[in-house]
Design a protein around this ligand. Structure first.
Ligand SMILES: Cc1ncc(COP(=O)(O)O)c(C=O)c1O
Length: 442
């Protein structure tokens, strides 16, 4: 116990030294947790002529990734960043080893190894009934992250607008800004009843569309809310896309992580959407290999050609041996996916009761592996001060809700937990969270 306390004290001292060293070197603290003037696409302060692009002044470093660094600094349990702390499937690790041993170690075809593109096209047929031409309609990228930014760079011009539901996965804001487009946000409102759904207002969505709208980003199953968009909601979005001649760029990276029989529907399957949808997906979440950096964008030929050009000059290609392993991963039997979803259902139901017992109000996810919570009961000034207290004093890293909104005030009462972790990790977090005190009056 004494040992643990002295280690904790040492870590705190190290952190304090780092902070004071930093503040003596630079006037503006670099931590995105502290940089209030430039978050989520909001303009930063103008600093006259300088060597930096104006664009980077419009967003901060990722708060999610920063929370992982904070977790390491303070020895906290990392329920912030969405990566599994358990093993990837043995078959696909073996396939990657074999590919390296067989000398698949040089550049793959720029837009993706043939085996992987064929497997993606085949599985899109199996899972969603979509016919895809692997030669002309798929671009394999360095993760779905690169697929998203390559797509936005390929389709956006200065002055274009991109509609984004918020809370949103934090990359979309900076992605839009980097591509020269202006993000336009539409609110997803939290459920008002226990177990209810996150919803959006049809009129607000319609108001976001006009002649400048180039694209809408739809992330379903959704990070951070766990919302899975229904057919009716997707049809409503489809109608607006058709009426205003807008592209849908979908992020379906949690396609296989669904609970209670909830079904995932791909936007591209809806009438009228084939010619105006870019479907983005990847290996990270489905096969627990977030470090491999293999993802893809599927789009009509003309758009694919543009995405391929951007992708080529950004990265040349995704890791060749891991693409071969990807083809093996996409050949896993249906039981694999059923087990994956059930494993996450168990983890969700493991974590949520301890969060509720500690005083969090949980918004039950229908898909993906995060739970958004309301922190009003703890009486903190805002989500950032609460998240700092959690990581530094309680020993659990979360993501402050404000990092998922353009206006930090909208997320000031929320933090997000990731539950893609081993049972022991979730138990450890629960044990630490039990020390929290609820202070606010109901
Ligand atoms: C919605 C969403 N899209 C994309 C990503 C990143 O995916 P990739 O590892 O394929 O770049 C994440 C990771 O957390 C995510 O939550």
């Amino acid at each position: 116990m004494a040992d643990r306390r002295s280690t904790k004290a040492k870590k705190k001292k190290k952190a304090a030294t780092l902070t004071s060293r930093k503040s003596s070197r630079q006037k503006h603290p670099k931590s995105p947790l502290l940089a209030k003037d430039a978050r989520n696409g909001a303009p930063g302060a103008s600093r006259g002529k300088q060597f930096l692009s104006d664009k980077v002044g419009h967003f901060t470093e990722s708060v999610i990734r920063e929370m992982t660094r904070q977790a390491m600094l303070y020895g906290a349990v990392n329920l912030a960043q969405g990566f599994p702390d358990f093993s990837a499937p043995a078959e696909i690790k073996h396939a990657a080893q074999q590919a390296v041993a067989a000398d698949v170690n040089q550049y793959a075809i720029t837009w993706g190894a043939k085996n992987l593109r064929n497997a993606i096209a085949r599985q899109m047929g199996v899972w969603q009934g979509i016919t895809v031409d692997p030669e002309k309609e798929i671009t394999v990228c360095c993760g779905s992250t690169e697929a998203m930014i390559s797509t936005l760079l390929a389709v956006c011009n200065a002055g274009d607008e991109v509609v984004i539901f918020e809370p949103f996965y934090e990359n979309y804001g900076p992605d839009s800004v980097l591509s020269g487009a202006k993000p336009k946000f539409v609110k997803l409102r939290p459920p008002t009843t226990d177990g209810g759904e996150w919803t959006f207002d049809e009129k607000e969505l319609r108001r976001a569309f006009d002649k400048h709208t180039k694209a809408i980003i739809v992330n379903t199953p959704n990070n951070p809310t766990g919302k899975v968009f229904t057919r009716a909601e997707l049809e409503l979005i489809r109608d607006l896309c058709v009426e205003f001649n807008v592209l849908a760029i979908t992020d379906e990276i949690y396609e296989h992580i669904l609970y209670e029989g909830t079904e995932h529907l791909s936007m591209v399957t809806l009438d009228g959407m084939h010619e105006r949808t870019v479907t983005i997906n990847g290996m990270s979440k489905t096969y627990s290999v977030t470090g491999w950096r293999v993802g893809w964008a599927v789009a009509p030929e003309r758009i694919t050609n543009a995405i391929r050009k951007v992708h080529d000059f950004l990265t040349v290609g995704a890791p060749a041996p891991l693409q071969e392993a990807g083809a093996v991963a996409l050949s896993l039997p249906p039981e694999y996916y059923a087990k994956l979803a059930e494993g996450y259902r168990v983890r969700r139901d493991h974590l949520m009761p301890s969060l509720t017992a500690a005083g969090f109000k949980c918004f039950r996810p229908r898909g993906a592996y995060y739970v958004m919570t309301d922190i009003s009961a703890f009486g903190y000034k805002d989500d950032v001060s609460f998240a700092k207290y959690l990581v530094q004093e309680i020993g659990v890293a979360t993501v402050p809700g404000s990092s998922f909104y353009r206006d930090p005030r909208d997320g000031a009462r929320q933090v997000r937990f990731a539950f893609c972790k081993k049972p022991q990790t979730l138990d450890d977090a629960a044990h630490r969270l039990a020390k929290l005190r609820v202070t606010a009056r109901p």
